[in-house]
Design a protein around this ligand. Structure first.
Ligand code: MN3
Length: 201
């Protein structure tokens, strides 16, 4: 199945007052995400992957020992990651639904402690990658970090929240201050209703 670049689910300037300006979204969506779509389509054309779903391409091409050279995996996973990332943010939905707040409090002690651990995971990811709030197959929540385009699908986990910690995601708004970017993401950009909708009951 060929990849298609979805529109952002909000206007380019919708997040500007909350710390992600339209220039960031124009570069990140129109250039970076589009490049994963275009490169991925070139790589899967006329191969075994061409008829597979995006999720099947990601899990089927993932090779933990050889991520850096795996073009099909890297472009497919980054395409999927960015679709989720756009949906996980928004100008609305910033009040955390109680079922999510209860689950986070049960797992991490408090929302503030969850945020502190999430920021630490993103800061601790050396080089490009992502940090995540995931739900594993037994329903427990956990915070993880992954290199490059690797995502929770590779480990059979559900991605509830993902934060892009590649420099292209924050350099225009926050320069080199990755910790400030991630804290601001949690405090002002996340659509918690979207995050809650991803949880299995
Ligand atoms: Mn990115």
């Amino acid at each position: 199945m060929s990849f298609e670049l979805p529109d952002l689910p909000y206007a380019y300037d919708a997040l500007a007052q909350n710390g992600m300006c339209s220039e960031t979204l124009e570069f990140h969506h129109d250039l970076h995400h589009k490049a994963y779509v275009d490169n991925g389509n070139k790589l899967i054309a006329a191969t075994e992957w061409e008829t597979k779903s995006l999720e099947d391409i990601i899990t089927g091409s993932y090779d933990a020992g050889a991520v850096a050279q795996n073009g099909v995996f890297n472009n497919a996973s980054q395409h999927w990651n960015h679709i989720q990332f756009w949906e996980m943010m928004g100008p609305d939905g910033r009040t955390m639904p109680s079922e999510l707040e209860n689950a986070i409090t049960a797992s991490f002690g408090s929302v503030d402690e969850f945020k502190a651990q999430f920021v630490a995971a993103g800061v601790g990811q050396f080089g490009s990658g992502w940090c995540w709030l995931v739900q594993n197959s037994t329903g427990e929540l956990a915070i993880t970090k992954t290199e490059n385009g690797v995502n929770p699908l590779c480990f059979g986990q559900t991605a509830l929240l993902g934060c892009d910690v590649w420099e292209h995601s924050y350099y225009i708004d926050f320069r080199n201050k990755r910790p400030v970017y991630i804290q601001n993401f949690l405090d002002k950009l996340v659509n918690w209703e979207n995050v809650a909708s991803r949880m299995a009951g």
